[in-house]
Structures are given as structure tokens and as C-alpha cells.
Design a protein around this ligand. Structure first.
Ligand code: HEM
Length: 344
């Protein structure tokens, strides 16, 4: 019951956001069951979705023309697709600009000979389960929204049709593995993603991402990563609930709620994909040393001290330096270059 109320509330909220610009209905709806005496009035009634009488169990079949379906299609193929394109292109352009201006975030003290264990096998498995399934869901989902404009002209209608039909199976079945991945990530990382005072300082300094030599202290996850984690949890929950409602049509939601659910699913998916593009950037080309954490699970000690000084202090039983300033590698973690700070 609670789920149904939450679904209806979510659907109504999305409806208010989505149809704010839709043209208002001009004609009042004829009352259900009223004897429609002339053709014009009858067709106007049909166009406005008047409920007729049917003797079969599915009462929805009594609606000859479901006009909200047209609003739904216009919103999906209009603003949602268009703004979605701008959002995805925007994030790619923003990251390219950031890379051009800031370059790759280097390990400033240079590589250390020491490595620290950051993530165990279960954590990495859970992460990659979520990541691989997310990418498959994203690609097959984007194909449903944009494929007919982008892929179909390239491969022709037959191949596109087969591709999309298979893509839909992949999308439906893989979603369960994705949901499992999200649950595992929550179980494994919830505790390390609760807010701490260090997060405020990290945010105030913009994570030190914009300037070299500035590394605000952070525990296992910094505030930026916590935002990603909670983004994954909230958007993951929204996309899972709306996806299940779409997979089991009319089980809980009626026709109108199904349309709103579909619009909500697309909006959440586009936001989610944009967020994950930024996450993938920082986990690969954006930051030297970051990918190792999810690849072998072992990270460079200097990287760890620069980006997660409080975490290193915790696991090594050290006292964190009082000013939490830029990392000065001690003699034990100087690299072959003697720990000299590397030129940019
Ligand atoms: C090719 C795709 C991906 C790559 C290369 C990647 C890389 C990484 C790396 C290197 C880390 C560890 C960062 C650290 O040591 O502090 C990480 C953490 C994480 N990843 Fe991914 N990831 C990918 C896709 C995804 C996807 C699709 C999701 C979720 C839908 C996701 C969710 C997370 C979360 C919640 C964390 C912990 C918080 C954070 O570090 O931001 N990742 N990822």
C-alpha cells in the first residue's frame, strides 16, 4: 500500500514537472455514460478519452482514444530527448574542457614503491557487477530513446529491429543483476559514506581538484565520492522502482501512471548516465592511480596519502598531520626519484 502511495506521489510530482508546458484541454469532458447525440460531440468525447462501456474484464478497452498517450509521446520524443542530448553532450564537453585546462591529476609526490590494499575482491566484484550491467542498461536504453535517429540510418531497419528487440531482452533481464549490484554496494559502503566534518572542508576547497598542491583531508571516501555514492543509491532506487513498474505493466499503476513512470524512468536514466560519465572520467584518464583501486585493489601509497590522508592514518594507526596540508612523503615511501615532487 505504502509503495502504491509513493508511486502515485512520484508520478504526480513528475506529471507536474513534465506537463507544465502542455496545452490545456479546450473542451470540457462529456460525463461518462452520457448519450452523445451528435457526431461532433461523440468524436470530441472519444478524442478526450471518455470512458465507454465494454463487457470484457479490461475496462481500459472502453477508452477509444487515449489522448494523454499523445502528450506522453510528445514529451518523450520532444523535450526529454532534446534536453537529454544536451545534458549528455554537455557533460562530455565539460569534462573535455576540464581535462584541457587542468590536465590529468597526477600523484604529486611521484609514484611510491609501497602499495596499500584499498578494495577487496567482494568490493571489486560488486562494483564491476554494477558497472558492467549499468553500461549495458545505458546503451540498450539509449538505443530505445535515440536509436531510430542514430543507429537505424546507419544499419537499416531490419538490423535495427533485431538489435532493438535483443537489446530489450538484455535490458529487462540484466536489470536484476544491476539491482543486486546496488544492494551489495549499499551493504559494503554505506558506513564509509556517512557524512563527516572533513567533508565540509573538502567541499569548501572544491576537493583541491582545481589547483595543484591542494589536497583536503579525506577518509576512505571523500565528499565528491560520497555524492556519487548517494547519487547511485537514490537514482538507482528510482530507476529500479520505475523499471519494475514498466516491466510489469498495470500491476500497480494505471495507464496514466504508466506514462508518467516511463517519463520518470527516462529522466532519471539520463541524469544517472551523465553522473556516471563524470565518475568514469575521474576513475580513468582524469586521475593518475585511481583505476588501480578497482583493478587490482592495491593503490600507490603516495596517491592514497594525497587523496585519502585520514584513511591512511586510520589504517596505519598514525596521527594525521594537524594541518592536513599537502602530503610530504616520509622516508619510507619515497620513490626511486627520492620522492622529489614531480614537475607538472
Ligand atoms: C568503466 C566504468 C567505471 C570505472 C572505470 C569506475 C572506476 C571506479 C574507481 C577507480 C573507483 C574507486 C575510487 C577510489 O579508489 O576511491 C570507483 C568507485 C565507485 N564506483 Fe565506479 N567505475 C565505473 C563505473 C561505475 C558505475 C556504472 C557505477 C554505478 C552505477 C559506479 C559506482 C561507483 C561507486 C558508488 C564508487 C564508490 C564511490 C566513488 O569512488 O565515487 N562505478 N569506480
Amino acid at each position: 500500500m505504502k509503495t502504491k502511495i509513493a508511486t502515485v506521489a512520484l508520478a504526480l510530482g513528475l506529471f507536474l514537472v513534465c506537463v507544465a508546458g502542455a496545452p490545456a484541454q479546450q473542451q470540457p469532458l462529456p460525463e461518462p455514460g452520457r448519450n452523445l447525440s451528435n457526431n461532433a460531440e461523440m468524436w470530441r468525447g472519444a478524442r478526450q478519452g471518455v470512458q465507454g462501456y465494454v463487457s470484457i474484464p479490461n475496462k481500459q478497452a472502453g477508452v477509444l482514444v487515449q489522448s494523454e498517450g499523445e502528450n506522453w509521446r510528445n514529451l518523450r520524443n520532444g523535450p526529454i530527448s532534446t534536453y537529454g542530448t544536451w545534458l549528455l553532450l554537455g557533460i562530455v564537453v565539460a569534462l573535455a574542457l576540464f581535462f584541457a585546462l587542468r590536465g590529468r591529476i597526477r600523484i604529486e609526490a611521484g609514484p611510491s614503491p609501497n602499495r596499500i590494499k584499498r578494495f577487496g575482491a567482494v568490493e571489486r566484484f560488486s562494483h564491476w557487477l554494477t558497472a558492467v550491467t549499468f553500461i549495458l542498461l545505458g546503451l540498450t536504453g539509449l538505443n530505445m530513446l535515440y536509436g531510430r535517429y542514430v543507429i537505424r540510418p546507419l544499419v537499416g531497419p531490419d538490423v535495427f529491429s533485431a538489435l532493438t528487440a535483443w537489446g530489450k531482452y538484455v535490458h529487462n533481464y540484466i536489470s536484476f543483476a544491476f539491482m543486486l549490484g546496488i544492494v551489495l554496494l549499499v551493504l559494503l559502503w554505506l558506513r564509509d559514506n556517512l557524512p563527516t566534518r572533513a567533508d565540509l572542508k573538502w567541499l569548501a576547497l572544491g576537493g583541491g581538484l582545481l589547483s595543484k598542491g591542494s589536497h583536503p583531508p579525506a577518509h576512505k571516501f571523500n565528499a565528491g565520492q560520497k555524492l556519487i555514492f548517494w547519487g547511485v543509491v537514490v537514482l538507482g532506487a528510482a530507476i529500479s522502482v520505475s523499471g519494475l513498474l514498466l516491466m510489469f505493466p498495470f500491476s500497480v499503476a494505471d495507464m496514466h501512471e504508466m506514462q508518467l513512470t516511463q517519463l520518470g524512468h527516462s529522466i532519471v536514466a539520463l541524469l544517472f548516465i551523465a553522473m556516471i560519465i563524470a565518475h568514469i572520467y575521474i576513475g580513468t584518464i582524469g586521475m593518475e592511480g585511481a583505476f588501480d583501486a578497482m583493478n587490482s585493489g592495491m593503490v600507490d601509497e603516495n596517491w592514497a596519502r594525497e587523496h585519502h590522508s585520514l584513511w591512511v592514518a586510520e589504517i596505519k594507526g598514525e596521527r594525521p598531520s594537524p594541518d592536513h596540508g599537502p602530503h610530504d612523503p616520509g622516508p619510507h615511501d619515497r620513490g626511486p626519484a627520492g620522492g622529489a615532487t614531480r614537475p607538472a
